[in-house]
Design a protein around this ligand. Structure first.
Ligand SMILES: [Zn+2]
Length: 339
């Protein structure tokens, strides 16, 4: 069995705060004199029911972690460490997702907040073997007008390379907000050449996947796993070439499936879906990128050939330049060849 940490791959679903190392969170909290909930520090992955209350607990813990990020230095540290950790796991391309709104008050507004993340992404790309680009994400919990403001801001930094904005996302509780109301924000982002990468098909089923597809015209779906419950919806995703950012450990932690074996990875891949495995929020789920490939290997019986295909699929679903993709794809061939 080949080492999955040396398999070149792209990481397309990782949230800024959720990427944090536990040790970093501890240090930040101590420095600011913040007392963190025990559940954040015990090193145990969360296990919450996929109910409103389960999500509410997840959100409270996430907010507690976010409240420890209060300066430009903290923000830069998070991006650099995310790149270092991804680099150690064979991720040659990271598209990290950030909603700058919460950090804006500490650094003078949402524009500086975005610029700090982009500059940190450029520096981290130079300092590690991982190219870091950024997805700016709006929140379902806020007004659709806020999402439009963020989309216009994101559009100013559109590009494909390190330290550029490559996509526009929509995160938070999928059951909240009216998806169609965010269509204008996504249209603004799309006109600027940004990929559309909203969450969908995690806490809600195939009907909402269909709604997201119609309203937000995604290039990739955050999760999208529950499309497996309706073959027509899944086939539609395949036909449209919409990639799925599948995060098995996250699904289990948030109670979407009872265990990793129940995540319908095989169903999605067999249907021809483009799948990119992601870690989502390693800080809360206690599981990073390679662990998701381990799940595919051990829980779903993926061979090294299948795992190489998953890695290729993640690279092709990224917004990286042709040159970067070609380099990473060649690395996948080398990984397979080196028996
Ligand atoms: Zn997510």
């Amino acid at each position: 069995m080949r080492d999955l940490a040396t398999l070149p791959k792209a990481h397309l679903h990782l949230h800024f705060t959720g990427s944090m190392r536990l040790e970093t969170l501890r240090e930040l909290a101590e420095g600011y004199g913040v007392r963190l909930p025990h559940a954040l520090l015990d090193g145990d992955p969360l296990r919450l029911p996929a109910t409103e209350r389960g999500w509410f607990r997840f959100q409270r813990l996430y907010d507690a972690a976010r409240a420890c990020v209060r300066s430009e230095a903290d923000m830069r540290r998070i991006v650099l460490e995310a790149a270092q950790d991804d680099d150690a796991e064979g991720s040659g391309r990271l598209e990290i997702q950030v909603d700058p709104t919460s950090y804006a008050p500490f650094v003078g507004g949402i524009t500086p907040a975005v610029e700090i993340v982009l500059d940190a992404a450029r520096s981290a790309s130079a300092a590690t073997g991982t190219e870091v680009a950024v997805v700016v994400a709006a929140s379902r919990m806020r007004h659709a007008l806020d999402a439009r403001t963020l989309a216009r801001l994101a559009a100013q930094y559109a590009g494909e390379g390190p330290g550029e904005v490559v996509g526009f996302g929509l995160s938070n509780d999928e059951r909240r907000g009216d998806t169609a109301e965010f269509a204008r924000a996504f249209a603004i982002a799309r006109r600027a050449g940004l990929a559309s990468v909203p969450h969908g098909g995690e806490l809600l089923g195939p009907a909402h996947v269909h709604e997201v597809v119609e309203a937000l015209v995604p290039d990739r779906l955050g999760h999208g796993v529950r499309s497996a419950e309706d073959r027509r919806v899944l086939d539609d995703l395949v036909d449209r070439g919409i990639a799925l950012e599948v995060c098995p450990a996250s699904n289990v932690s948030l109670g979407v499936y009872d265990d990793a074996a129940q995540v319908p990875l095989g169903t999605l891949v067999d249907a021809g879906a483009r799948v990119a495995l992601g870690a989502d929020d390693p800080l809360l789920f206690g599981s990073r990128l390679v662990a998701q490939y381990e799940i595919a290997r051990h829980e779903h019986g993926f061979s090294d050939d299948d795992l190489a295909d998953l890695a290729r699929s993640s690279i092709r679903a990224s917004q990286a330049s042709h040159a970067t993709r070609a380099r990473l794809l060649a690395g996948v061939d080398d990984w397979l060849a080196a028996a």
